[in-house]
Design a protein. Structure first.
Length: 285
């Protein structure tokens, strides 16, 4: 099925009878062909209902903008829905931030260049100058934004200038904490990769924390960024077995592969509208 003819509807609302019938009946009445549907209820008695569906648009009896208006009027208001309809062909503008480590950044750029990530990468910002050459080989603008004497508030002003208008920000091992003002002013979702299996070993140097604790499993966690450090809604996690023979450097080597895969999957799921935030959790369809 062509991305040009596919649209996606994501819904969150109080659970009650008739939601699926109302949604599918509305789409059928306007000529849409539903090709995929997933749903979840947190509790059928007073819980939240979440749904993601894909439908084909060639035979719609109105433009998609008019369909959105009609959906809100006929279905959304009646069921107190929070919802969105996006065209699958929409290419979000994505900005990437990174520091000195290149593995997550280059993984995302390679997947984007090979067509695996349906987006437009608008640029890379880093507080180190060292990644300019590999980034620019992908034809992507590179912005060196050091944290100087003015500290992060001054750097954040420059970062906001470079990220202005982006639909999504990805922190590909950006090792600086972004403040509340930055998050609010950016006005776009932010995905971060943390190099531990959260909530274990939040904060700085988690591999050393894991080594000192003697863990037998290490992990990586992709999550949305909130004001509270490393506490935003978790999107995806993965783990690997380790033993007493692993040094801190060994843990970092194992962890890099986890970080690459976990972050890339999470970014793709976001771009494909597979993630619905529910409080401080996510539902991933």
């Amino acid at each position: 099925m062509s991305q040009d003819t596919t649209a996606r509807l994501c819904i969150t609302c109080p659970d009650r009878p008739g939601i699926v019938a109302a949604v599918t009946g509305f789409l059928f009445s306007h000529g849409a062909n539903i090709t995929q549907l997933d749903q979840h209820s947190t509790d059928p008695e007073g819980g939240e209902f979440l749904m993601r569906l894909e439908f084909q648009t060639p035979k719609l009896d109105m433009e998609l903008a008019s369909l959105r208006e009609a959906f809100q009027r006929e279905v959304g208001e009646r069921f107190e829905m929070r919802w969105r309809i996006n065209q699958a062909a929409w290419r979000r503008r994505v900005m990437l931030f990174a520091s000195g480590h290149d593995h997550c950044l280059l993984e995302l750029l390679w997947r984007w260049a090979s067509g695996e990530l349906p987006c437009e990468v608008t640029g890379v910002c880093s507080n180190h100058p060292t990644l300019r050459e590999p980034v620019e080989r992908f034809g992507v603008p590179y912005h060196y934004v050091p944290v100087g004497d003015g500290g992060m508030p001054e750097a954040e002003e420059r970062l906001l200038e470079h990220a202005a208008g982006c639909d999504m920000l990805v922190l590909a091992r950006y090792m600086r904490i972004l403040g509340r003002s930055f998050i609010e002013r950016l006005g776009a979702p932010i995905i971060n990769i943390h190099h531990s299996f959260l909530p274990a070993f939040a904060g700085a140097d988690p591999y050393r924390q894991a080594f000192e604790r003697g863990v037998k499993i290490i992990g990586a966690t992709a999550h949305y960024v909130t004001e509270e450090l490393d506490a935003g809604p978790i999107i995806h996690q993965d783990t690997a077995q380790v033993t007493h023979r692993h040094s801190v450097e060994d843990l970092k080597d194992v962890g890099r592969d986890l970080e690459r895969q976990v972050l890339a999957r999470s970014v793709r799921w976001h771009l494909e509208d597979r993630i619905i935030r529910h409080g401080n959790k996510t539902v991933v369809f």
